[in-house]
Design a protein around this ligand. Structure first.
Ligand code: GDP
Ligand code: MG
Length: 166
């Protein structure tokens, strides 16, 4: 039987960019246009990495107050930093990257996600801008849509492949 390796993953990013929606799409394959704001939620999802290994994500979804951040991402193996491609939320995402570079475990796997890719007609953040930033900072990067599900499983699989297996 495959062994299961567990990893702590935190969600970061400005309010309303779709952090909770991405998690609920990944864990329950659900989406709602009207979602209450989360104070804190803990969810898990296990995915097969290969024939011998399952990856269990222990996902911490919060409102992401900066003052709480160090407690929140202590011992985190992975961080998903989310911005909304239709809003000026990219600078905030960049500041989360800086915060992680200062305070998180140096081996943390960081993924930058431009969410709401279904709303391309309202795009404000060029894909190339985010892609270049991610490249410069050596982050994983994708655009995704919690609404359609596009890119969501793929982003967690990209992280799974980067996690250090003992
Ligand atoms: P959070 O505050 O970052 O956790 O954001 P939420 O997950 O609560 O989402 C905020 C709002 O954006 C909600 O009304 C969601 O329905 C909406 N939303 C989230 N993801 C998407 C998406 O991919 N596409 C669209 N069109 N709306 C989304
Ligand atoms: Mg939320």
């Amino acid at each position: 039987a495959p062994r299961t390796a567990s990893f702590k993953l935190v969600l970061l990013g400005e309010s309303a960019v779709g952090k909770s929606s991405l998690v609920l799409r990944f864990v329950r394959d659900e989406f709602s246009d009207f979602r209450e704001s989360t104070i804190a939620a803990f969810l898990t999802q296990t995915v097969p990495l290969d024939d011998s290994t399952n990856i269990k994500f222990e996902i911490w979804d919060t409102v992401g107050y900066k003052s709480l951040a160090p407690i929140y991402f202590r011992n985190a193996n992975a961080a998903v930093i989310v911005y909304d491609i239709t809003q000026a939320s990219f600078d905030k995402a960049k500041s989360w990257v800086r915060e992680l570079q200062r305070q998180a475990d140096p081996n943390i796997v960081i993924m930058l996600v431009g969410n709401k890719s279904d709303l391309k007609a309202s795009r404000k953040v060029p894909r190339e801008l985010a892609e270049q930033f991610a490249k410069d900072e050596e982050l994983l990067f994708t655009e995704a849509s919690a609404k359609t599900g596009d890119g969501v499983d793929g982003l967690f699989m990209s992280i799974a492949k980067k996690l250090p297996l003992a």
